[in-house]
Design a protein around this ligand. Sequence first.
Ligand SMILES: [Zn+2]
Ligand SMILES: [Zn+2]
Length: 284
Amino acid sequence: MGASTAKACIVLLLVALAMVLAACEDPDEEIVISSTAPNCSTGTATADISSDAPAWIEENFTCVEVAMDGDDIILKTRDLPPYPSYYYGAGHTLFDSTLPTDTTNTNRISAQDYTFTLTSTPTIATTSTPSGLGEVGVAVDGTIIFNNQTTPPDTLADEAATLDANTGHPNEEGIYHYHVEMAQLVTTGDDMVGIALDGFPIYGRYEQGETSAVFTGGPETEPTDGINWHEHATTEFPGGVPHYHIVEGYEETGTREPNMGITVELRYMVGSKMGGSKGRVARQ
Ligand SMILES: [Zn+2]
Ligand SMILES: [Zn+2]
């Protein structure tokens, strides 16, 4: 090794050491990524939505950057919830010390760099599509929606006790996500809660201005050919729109320790199938 190479190595080592020390000093340092979407881990919810985006996106979504590409909604998000969570971890500005019932989930929220390509002119597909594990939509707070299933052998009931005060939690890749109705966002139960991967809106348990559940039941009794949706006019879509509703009254019992035998109600947002064609999800 030549003298100049050794010198370069030492410089590199010192730079690496400085980066490690900086990261240790400030947990917020982890929330630095290349995404141009708003960083809501500061606790301030902002959005950057292009004026040609559909009005219902502009009026309901935050913590996202949205641009249009023809009929496609290009939605970027860092997937950082704008409110306190246990899973931000001690030392973070938005750390919530309220413990989940089950603290065995050692994952912590980490900044993502998502780009969703979702059609603004969705149509019902001739056959339904399995919604699948992973991303099935984006919530109105810019965080990720998963369906009513978890990676086997866990059931959703096994994981339910790990949900934070807003009923979300991060997976092993730090991806913060909701499976079920979000405590933070839902106030009256008839709120719009997100957009599904097929471009259709997801509403709360109730129709707008009403107080009784549209759909009840679990995966074995999913409504409308296995899809928790139907079609009619809403405030945002006076001409009518197929839309999902959160499903109420589905109970599941945990099958694994430490939540074995615990039965919880899971108001899931997207069931095992979707009615339109899925858009694209890219995560850098
Ligand atoms: Zn989960
Ligand atoms: Zn409806």
